[in-house]
Structure formats: structure tokens, C-alpha cells
Design a protein around this ligand. Sequence first.
Ligand code: SF4
Length: 243
Amino acid sequence: MASADLCEVFTSIQGEGLFAGKKQVFTRFSGCNLSCNYCDTIYAKDYKGDALFESEPFSGFFIKERNPTPPFRLKEYIDLYYRLDPSIDSISLTGGEPLLYSEFITFFLGNYKGNKNFHLETNGTMPEKLKEVIELIDFISMDIKVNFLDSDNFFRIQREFLELSASKPLQIKIVVSGDLDLKNFDRALSLIFDVNKTIPLILQPSSKENFDIKFLSNLYKIAKNRITDVRILPQIHKFWGIK
Ligand code: SF4
């Protein structure tokens, strides 16, 4: 049976994208196959410790469980959270990059999904892994990594990932940092336009930099020429000072 290196599992309010404001269980996997300069979860990328499980919803208290974590342990905690707080909307599989654990996710959802909704937050670079889990996932939040799109191979991989994801409810997120390459931004818009121009596009300012509304406004204007639903949304959980 597959097990996974989990960083932390906790309840919070989704602070990004179309589900902002919804209560979710966040299952954060350790490790990532990319290195983004704006990464705000570096601790998860390199995490080697025990898995930290919140003891009960919104308590802020955590219990250590030894990694690698077996699927039934994750199920126990998720069931506990839903039992104590049935108003939880959904479960976010996040990271790091959760698709590094596609085997675990396939087993977990195949056996324990029940009627719960699972969201996948992914960097959109592992289409072969996505194929393994996609039927079990209810919503996908896919990043387009604009500054890597110089590489034709990277572009091809993100395109393949997007084409697969487009069969599900989906949002695309582009993190906007000051060094965003405008030529590559244009390539990202072409990619979305060619697959489906109505997929919601979230322009998310990097939490590591000051908010440049003029720059964001210009990107919005460029994007709206081709994409139907464009939104500038900062990470609202950062304003609240919560995870
Ligand atoms: S893909 Fe996500 S988790 Fe990985 S380095 Fe980039 S921002 Fe961080």
C-alpha cells in the first residue's frame, strides 16, 4: 500500500482563487519538482520531519505522526474534522507538489473518497501522473509557470496538462512577480486560448512583493483580450495572518 510524506494537515479558509472563503481541509504533501523564486511554501518543499495533523478543526494544535503516512491515518483525521465540523466544504490536496504522490492519492481516493469533494492544487507539470488520478478529482487549480515557458519542452508539458485538466472543473493560476516575462505571459495566454478561453484565469500577486496595481492592471488588460474570465486575486489568508 502506498504511503506519503505529508508536511501538515489542517483546516483553514481557502484564500486563493474561485473557492476563496470556503472552509477546507488542507493536505500538504512534502517535496516539489520545481523551484520558483516566489514560492511561499519552501518549508513543504524540503520537509523531512513528522506529519503534523491539527488535533481538531480550527484548533491550531497539532499532533505529530511519523512519516511516511499510510492512507488510513489521513482518513481518520479527515473523518474527524468532518464529524466535528460538517460545514467544511472540501479537501485541498496541495504541497509542494501533490502529484509526486499520485499512487497514494489514487489509493486514498479510490478507497476513502466517499461523497467528499477533493481539489487538486498543482504546478501542472506531470501529465502522466494526472492521468492516474483525474477521474477521482473534483476540481483542479493548475499553475502556469510563466517564466519557465521559454523552454519548448516545458510549454509542451503544460499544454498537455491543461488539455487533460480541461475535462474537469478548472481554474488556472498565474503568480505575478515583478520579474514576470511579458513575452512568456503572452505564450501562456495563447496556451489557454487554444485549449478553452473560458477557463477562469486568476492573476495572483506574489505575496513576497509589494502589490503593483498598475502592473497588474496592465496584465489584466492584456489577458482580457483573449480570456473571458480574468480576475486579480491576492491570497486573502495572508491578510488574515492564517495558513
Ligand atoms: S511549484 Fe509551488 S511548491 Fe513548487 S517551488 Fe513552485 S511555488 Fe513552490
